[in-house]
Design a binder for this molecule. Structure first.
Ligand code: UGA
Length: 352
């Protein structure tokens, strides 16, 4: 099966890892757009990779033309860092919702399958011990808590996509990443406070010998999934053998890689101290607690426990994660501390 894939936001964490995997392991053509290309060294120049530097909110004709031309559309352009949800909520709405809605409508118009990134954040402050795609409530805070504009934008798109599907107008799969980690997650060398997700934020703190800041004490928990497991799930979704992924929502996460943010900080200090040049980090580093209002601003609210049910992914995709937490963290550290890939630029608006 030779597919033509349209990948918007190809230079992001997910997009760059997915592109590389596809080019190495499948005979598919990837048509890619992003505002930057610094993470695409492994892809640029490949015969099956067509890259255009551009902005989906400006280069709309290119996007529409390629939706028409391709078989599967994967729109990964989004702001996905919580600090930005609080500081620039309208940018989040305009990019994550409005710009992506246009792409979804192009998919409806040209009858193309869309594989769309929802998010673990749609479950919000639900207190269940694990989140189920079909039965869990989506629980968001008050309007003044602007953190939720991301979850709300994503949730509304989930509902729009679902409605098009129910109306027989769209073939889709929604996937919900639960804290994916790995090489190229965020740019730790140009890190601004709050511009990274927690793992890369902490690695950057340690490298710069800054205090690690635990927001509200760090007892909140996350489950981390290694990117190779995530890409394995995405490939199964894109291949869609026998239509097994169509019109489903999949949590893609690792329920067993569950730990508190404080434990994550301690694990990182321990693991980084094994790398040359970092032997003394445990003595040099301080792990401190900071209030969320001071760290993010007053529009922040958090998620205490977030564990995915992955039964749907097991049942319909035959997928299960295989990388344990320590291995996932070690492979990520090898990338950031050993290969020292020199990325530059502000990744805020790049793909997810
Ligand atoms: C993330 C982001 O919204 C998205 O990247 C994504 O859609 C989703 O969740 C996901 O990947 O599942 P969150 O897990 O809250 O949300 O994002 P992080 O910035 O990685 O923060 C994780 C936790 O660490 C939060 O509780 C945060 O308060 C805490 N944190 C973060 C700290 O304690 N210190 C820091 O310096 C940074």
């Amino acid at each position: 099966m030779s597919l033509k894939i349209l990948l918007l936001g190809a230079n992001g964490f997910i997009g760059s890892n997915l592109s590389e995997y596809i080019l190495r392991n499948r005979d598919w053509s990837v048509f890619a757009m992003d505002i930057q290309s610094d993470k695409l060294d492994g892809c640029l120049g490949h015969k099956n990779f067509t890259f255009v530097e551009g902005d989906i909110t400006i280069n709309r004709e290119w996007v529409e033309y390629h939706v028409k031309k391709c078989d599967v559309v994967i729109p990964l352009v989004a702001i996905a860092t919580p600090a930005t949800y609080v500081r620039e909520p309208l940018r989040v709405f305009e990019l994550d919702f409005e710009a992506n809605l246009r792409v979804v409508r192009d998919c409806v118009r040209y009858k193309k399958r869309v594989v769309f990134p929802s998010t673990s954040e749609v479950y919000g402050m639900n207190t269940e011990s694990e989140f189920d795609e079909e039965t869990s409530n989506l629980v968001l805070g008050p309007v003044a808590m602007q953190r939720w504009i991301y979850a709300c934008s994503k949730q509304l798109l989930d509902r729009v996509i679902f409605a098009y599907g129910e109306g027989g107008q769209l073939d889709y799969t929604l996937f919900r990443p639960f804290n994916w980690i790995g090489p190229r997650l965020d740019n730790i060398w140009a890190a601004k406070e709050g511009s990274s997700r927690v793992l890369t934020q902490f690695i950057g703190n340690i490298i710069r010998r800054e205090n690690i800041q635990l927001v509200d004490g760090g007892s909140q928990r996350r489950c981390f999934l290694y990117i190779d497991d995530a890409i394995d799930a995405l490939i199964r979704i894109i291949e869609n053998k026998g239509g097994q992924a169509s019109k489903h929502i999949f949590n893609i996460g690792h329920p067993k890689n569950d730990l508190s943010i404080r434990q994550l900080a301690e694990l990182l200090v321990r693991m980084i101290s094994r790398y040359p040049g970092y032997e003394n980090v445990a003595n040099e580093m301080k792990i401190v607690s900071v209030g969320s209002g001071d760290y993010y601003g007053k529009g922040y609210q958090d998620i205490t426990v977030r564990v995915p049910s992955i039964r749907n992914a097991e049942r319909y995709l035959g997928w299960k994660p295989t990388t344990d937490l320590e291995t996932a963290v070690r492979k990520t550290l090898d990338y950031y501390l050993v290969s020292k890939h020199p990325e530059t630029g502000d990744l805020d608006m790049s793909g997810m």
